[in-house]
Design a protein around this ligand. Sequence first.
Ligand SMILES: O=C1O[C@H](COP(=O)(O)O)[C@@H](O)[C@H](O)[C@H]1O
Length: 266
Amino acid sequence: MHAPSAPILCSFSNPDELVESLAQFIIKSQKEAIQKKGRFTVAISGGSLPKQLNGLIGKPGVKWDKWQVFYADERIVPLDHEDSNHRLCEEHLWSKVPIPKENIHTLDPALIPAAAESGSDEDPLEEIADAYEKGLIREFANRDSARFPIFDLILLGVGPDGHTASLFPGHSLLSEDDRWVAYITDSPKPPPRRTTFTFPVINHAARVAFVASGASKADTLRDVLDRPEEGLPASRVRPFSPGQVYWFVDDAAASKVEYPKTPFKL
Ligand SMILES: O=C1O[C@H](COP(=O)(O)O)[C@@H](O)[C@H](O)[C@H]1O
């Protein structure tokens, strides 16, 4: 592994162009991954992101049966609850494409009721996070010998406070350097109980793509991209070379950013 390379910022003049370019980028990542390894491992977060993946719907060239999907973070609510990241993805994408259900790796629904309650000594969230981590180990360990899984692509959003996945500013999880999947009981954004990939997992990915749109993200993008020394969680996403981080944003979200933009090309 070598030092991280600088983020690539691609800004689009309207949301449709962003969605279409993102879809092309994902398909290219998928093709390369399938050529090399016969499968495409992708992690997805929630919030405004799933809706922006709808450029993939009906696109020729998407090999849905080769996708293995994990959630970069998930809220501890039933999988059909309106706060669930899986439910959002189901609504905006999975229900509209022919992806085999067994290729979508959710939290174990049987463990959710216990994990939703806080425990006295050991928090029951530990069990659901461990079980999810074991799912990652099953997917990656037999194939790759690396200490951390190497996702072909991780798709992330960024919150107004600069959080990404469920890694929040100032939280002790920012320095987690061992676990693959961690849990949080005190998310400042509801719901408080969540699981999340840790930075080592995110920063070992071959590609990470942030997606952000709208003027409400303008201050955040300026802080994340122009002031990385402030250490906001999204600024800390710097995959080890040859991994690369991309930002897919619209001009409204990039309006306060001085960081150089790169024309989008595949
Ligand atoms: O709580 C969360 O928020 C972030 C950002 O969401 P957005 O709606 O501002 O795009 C999201 O990426 C994460 O998955 C989610 O759990």
